[in-house]
Design a binder for this molecule. Structure first.
Ligand code: 5RP
Length: 264
């Protein structure tokens, strides 16, 4: 691995081999998502507790202070919306030149395995990897499921994650699922977990993140279950403890309750 690639990977994955990425890219197809209407304000109290931000260039330039930022994973795929025909029909929205200009640590792209646009999205990933490798910029592949949340099972996610790794992604972002070890065991590059839509209790989030880490994930790229929570800092601190300090779900709940009682 060349120095630039190594250095960028080290910015993302901390010295303990783990990472907490904070995604705030949802607006690129969902519009002003609840609690992310003003992304700059949403992230301000959360920055100390994340290792990198996953964000589009528009929100990066308009809402993130370049003097006080975290490593950036730049979302470079899109071109569809919640109200359009097919969320899977994404293209590359942002050039590698732009990624270099923005001094990013990585770029991120969604792939849509099993959809009508599987082929295009996988070729987009491959082209992005070709460009990224040229300049030492790692690619994070997002195994997207669009509106079909039922696709979140080990067989499908293992397939999509492995394909992403085969095409050259340096990191794969996927969903947690039952038998998550099938996903991590079949994927030769680091796997991080997304959260998906908000779940009912904090403990459920702590439990699935803890399970995923035990089964080989190196961290999280978890958004709505943090910043849509009434106590986002409490949530971020508790999840960070699971990822970086091997806290149990019970210990994470205690951290959450402690911070919440101080109303942070
Ligand atoms: C949106 C994304 C998000 O980064 C990803 O889904 C993680 O966020 P959340 O935990 O809210 O699901 O790729 O397309």
């Amino acid at each position: 691995m060349d120095w630039g690639m190594k250095n960028r990977m080290a910015q993302l994955i901390q010295s303990d081999g783990r990472c907490c990425f904070l995604p705030i890219d949802h607006g690129y197809f969902q519009g002003p998502t609840r609690k992310l209407e003003k992304p700059g304000e949403t992230i301000k109290p959360l920055l100390p507790y994340c290792d990198a931000l996953f964000v589009t260039r528009g929100v990066l330039r308009s809402s993130i202070d370049p003097n006080n930022a975290k490593p950036i994973i730049l979302r470079v795929s899109g071109g569809t919306s919640m109200v359009g025909k097919d969320l899977a029909n994404e293209g590359l929205t942002t050039s590698m030149e732009e990624a270099i200009r923005l001094n990013v640590a990585a770029v991120g792209i969604s792939i849509f395995v099993g959809t009508d646009y599987e082929h295009e999205s996988l070729l987009n990933l491959s082209k992005l990897v070709d460009e990224g490798e040229k300049y030492g910029i790692p690619v994070m592949a997002v195994t997207a499921v669009g509106k079909e949340l039922e696709k979140r099972d080990a067989r499908y996610l293992a397939l999509a994650s492995r394909i992403a790794a085969e095409l050259g992604a340096r990191v794969v972002k996927t969903y947690w699922c039952e038998n998550f070890e099938k996903v991590t065991n079949g994927c030769p590059v680091p796997v991080v977990m997304a959260g998906g839509p908000r779940v009912d209790t904090e403990l459920e989030v702590f439990e699935f993140v803890h399970d995923g880490i035990q089964k080989g994930a190196i961290g999280v790229n978890l958004g709505r279950n943090i910043w849509q929570n009434d106590y986002p800092v409490a949530m971020a601190k508790a999840l960070r403890a699971i990822v970086h300090e091997n806290a149990t779900p019970k210990q994470a709940q205690e951290i959450y309750d402690g911070v919440k009682s101080r109303k942070q």
